[in-house]
Structures are given as C-alpha cells and as structure tokens.
Design a binder for this molecule. Structure first.
Ligand code: ACO
Length: 405
C-alpha cells in the first residue's frame, strides 16, 4: 500500500484585518466579551476581488513551491469549502485553471470539517495507487455570508485558505488513520439557506436567508462532546495512544471548546495548537492554516505525530492522525523508530546521569578514603611516636651516660 506524505504546504490570509475594536463600532459588542467567550482578537476579511478561488490558488501556489512541483505534476485538486465563489461551477475548477494545472478537480462540502475529509480522500486515492500528487485545500470567504449586524455570528468568523500537497511514498508517513462522521439530524443548528430547497427569491433575500445562521449553544455542546471522542477514536485506529501525539491541531472555532476538549483528553495545552486569536473561525481553512503556521513556527518536526480534529456544519466531524515526514531518505527509518529513538534518548540521558553520579560518588569515596588513610597513618605515626617517646628518651639517656663513661 502507498502512503501519502505531506511534502508541500501554504496559506493565504487576506491583508485586511478586522479587530474586536473595529467590531465594537459595528455591533453591540465588546473586545472583552469576544476575547472572554471565544479567544478571538482579530480576523482577516477578504477585500474586493479576493475570493475562495483566488485564496485557494495562492495557498496552492505556495504549497507547490514548497514541494518543488510544477502545477502540471498535480494529479488531482480537492477544494474543501462551504463558501465557494458560485453554486456552479465548483471553486476547484477555478483553482485548477488559476494554477495552470491539467488534472481533475472537485469541491468538497463538509462544513468546517472539509479539509480533514479532503485529506482522507486524498489518502484513499493515493493508497490505491491511482494518483501520485494531490493538492488539498481548505478555503473560505465566510465574510460574504455573514450578517454584519448579527453580533452572535459576525464576531466569530474570518476568511482564508490553507493547502497541502499529498504525495505517494512507500514509507509509513502522512495520514495513518482517519475518522469521518456525520449527524444530519443536527443540520438546523448551523447553515446558510440557499439551494434547491431554499431558492433565492426577493422575499428570501429580505428575510436574510442567505446569511449564516447558528445555534451557538447547541453547536458548542456538540463540539465539546465530539472533539475528544473523534480524537481518541482516530488515535486508537492508528494503533497509538495519546502519549504518541506530539501536537493536536483542532478546528479553531472557540478557545473554550479547544480547552475543554484538551481537558477531556487530559492533554496539556502546550501540545495543542491555538491560533484562533489571529484568525477567528475560518471554517474549512482553520485546520490547514493552523498546520502551516505550526510548521513555519518550527512546532512540527520530522517524524512528529499529529492529530487533526474538526467539527462543523452538517453536523459533521472528522479526525486524522498524520505522521509528519517530508524527506523520504533519512525519514524512512528515523520516523518509524522515532518513538523508540525518543525512549532510547531518554534512557541514554538517564544512564549517563546515573553513570556520572556513580563516578562522582566513587571519586568522592576514594578521596575520602585517601584522606582517611592519610589521617589514619598520621594518627598511627603520632601514636607510635608518642608510645615510643619514653623508650627513645630512656635510650637517649643511656646513650649519653655511656658516652660520658
Ligand atoms: N457581544 C456581546 N454579547 C453577546 C454577543 C456578542 N458578540 N453574542 C452574544 N451575546 C450575548 C447573548 O445575547 C447572550 O445575552 P443574554 O444572556 O442577554 O441572552 C449572552 O451574550 C450569552 O450568550 P450565549 O450564547 O450563552 O454565549 P456563549 O457563552 O454560548 O457564547 C458562542 C456564544 C461564542 C457563539 C458559543 O456558543 C460558541 O462558540 N458556540 C459554538 C460556535 C461554533 O463553534 N460555531 C462554528 C462551528 S462550525 C463552523 O465552524 C462553521
């Protein structure tokens, strides 16, 4: 079976930034409320001309450059989004054209979970040997479907795109396991009502049906339940335990949800990636943007094991265990034996510490012994000379007397 290692990555965040203080001027909210209830400080918002397709292409170009690949070497493009430029055609074909790629392309809709669904799909294509190089993008321009007068939703979201290149290889790296879930009975809690069942009429526009609507409390409850469960399940499927995970990259929807999930998993926060403060919730783009930031910041190293976990509209959830490995050559063995190496290294350090402690104690003991022996010899000498003193004195007197006689 072929594995799909991640050999390229890139992101795109619009230059325009909207801070909580900017939002204070737009709706009845405060920076304090937004930070305390969500962890968000700012979000990026697309300007005119910036769309899901253009941001996807920018992130895709960066990922191709990182991988050292030409667009024509791509075999497939998957774009996960809930905010495509149009209902038809799919954003994926725009991205293929913008990149100048010559391959199949499709769009994938699974809410905020879309990128992980896309990664799992790429892995499936690669494991069967059908494709070699696949571009997976998570991208959103949610700002276009947000009601900027609704404080309960507009403070939460941001725009952006993140992309990776998944490449076939023989080493056990890339996506090692995945879990995909869906519970459509919760559809009403989060959505944008445009489509065959909700045709855009002037009345619908008037009602604001095209705006994103959300039952925040229900989504919150669902998210806190499903994140930990999905993470444990996918780790279990990879034949691993939580201790094997170097970094958890969760969907960035709310800092409180992330912290609760980490607490349920008993995972320290330094093993959890959080960047929601800078981006808000970028839906399908949130996990790839976080992944790219983590790589760029040096938080992910060759051989590390990551757990990506997301939830979103649908309702859906998805998780993947990913072993990070870019270079095929040394990584092949080193990644496989990374846990063994870590244990060996730790054991080596412990052994060296024990050895040096013993050496120091031995040296100390020897010195003490030497000192003790020297002292003992001195004592014996002085005792002996004391004991012999009367004899010497007597002998000395006799000698002197004899000499005189
Ligand atoms: N500023 C000030 N007050 C606000 C704001 C705001 N922006 N928004 C809501 N409030 C008020 C409410 O009106 C409410 O007032 P009330 O008590 O007088 O009725 C009060 O704050 C508390 O509201 P809650 O909804 O209980 O606040 P909560 O602590 O649940 O936080 C939030 C709301 C942040 C939306 C939270 O429920 C949440 O994060 N839910 C999950 C959302 C999510 O993850 N969505 C995306 C998932 S899928 C995807 O990414 C597409």
């Amino acid at each position: 079976m072929k594995y799909g290692r991640i050999v390229g990555w890139g992101k795109c965040a619009p230059a325009k930034i909207l801070t909580n203080f900017d939002l204070e001027k737009m709706v009845d909210t405060t920076d304090e409320w937004i930070r305390a209830r969500t962890g968000i400080r700012q979000r990026h918002v697309a300007s005119d001309g910036e769309t899901t397709a253009t941001m996807s292409a920018a992130a895709g170009r960066a990922a191709l450059a990182q991988a050292g690949l030409e667009p024509k070497e791509l075999d497939l493009i998957i774009v996960a989004t809930s905010s495509p430029d149009y209902l038809v055609p799919a954003a994926s074909s725009q991205v293929q054209d913008l990149l100048g790629a010559k391959c199949g392309a499709f769009q994938l809709g699974a809410g905020c979970t879309g990128f992980v669904y896309g990664l799992a799909t790429a892995q499936a294509f690669i494991s069967t040997g059908v494709h070699k190089n696949i571009l997976v993008v998570g991208a959103e321009t949610i700002s276009r479907n947000v009601n900027w007068k609704d404080r309960e939703t507009c403070v939460l979201f941001g725009d952006g795109a993140g992309a990776v290149i998944v490449q076939a290889c023989d080493e056990p790296t890339g996506v090692l396991s995945f879990v995909l879930g869906s519970d459509g009975s919760g559809a009403e809690h989060l959505g944008v009502n445009i489509g065959a069942h909700a045709v855009m009429t002037p009345a619908a526009l008037e009602r604001g049906d095209h705006y994103l609507h959300m039952n925040g409390r229900e989504v919150f409850k669902f998210a806190t339940r499903v994140m930990g469960q999905a993470a444990l399940e996918v780790i279990n499927r990879a034949g691993m335990s939580l201790a094997d995970i170097d970094l958890l990259i969760p969907h960035q929807a709310n800092l409180r949800i992330i912290e609760l999930a980490a607490r349920h998993l008993n995972l320290p926060m330094d093993k959890v990636l959080v960047n929601i403060q800078n981006y808000g919730n970028t839906s399908a783009a949130s996990i790839p943007i976080a992944l790219v930031e983590a790589v760029e910041a040096g938080r992910i190293k060759e051989g590390d094991t990551l757990c990506l976990v997301g939830f979103g509209a649908g309702l859906t959830w998805a998780a993947a265990v990913v072993r990070w490995g870019v270079s095929e050559r040394p990584f092949a063995m080193s990644s496989m034996f990374a846990p063994v190496r870590r244990v060996r290294d730790r054991a080596g350090v412990t052994l060296r510490m024990a050895q040096s402690q013993v050496a120091m104690q031995t040296l100390g003991a020897r010195r003490a012994l030497q000192k003790g022996t020297a002292r003992a010899v001195e004592a014996v000498k002085s005792k002996a000379s004391l004991a012999l003193l009367p004899l010497y004195t007597r002998l000395d007197k006799r000698y002197t007397r004899n000499k005189r006689e």
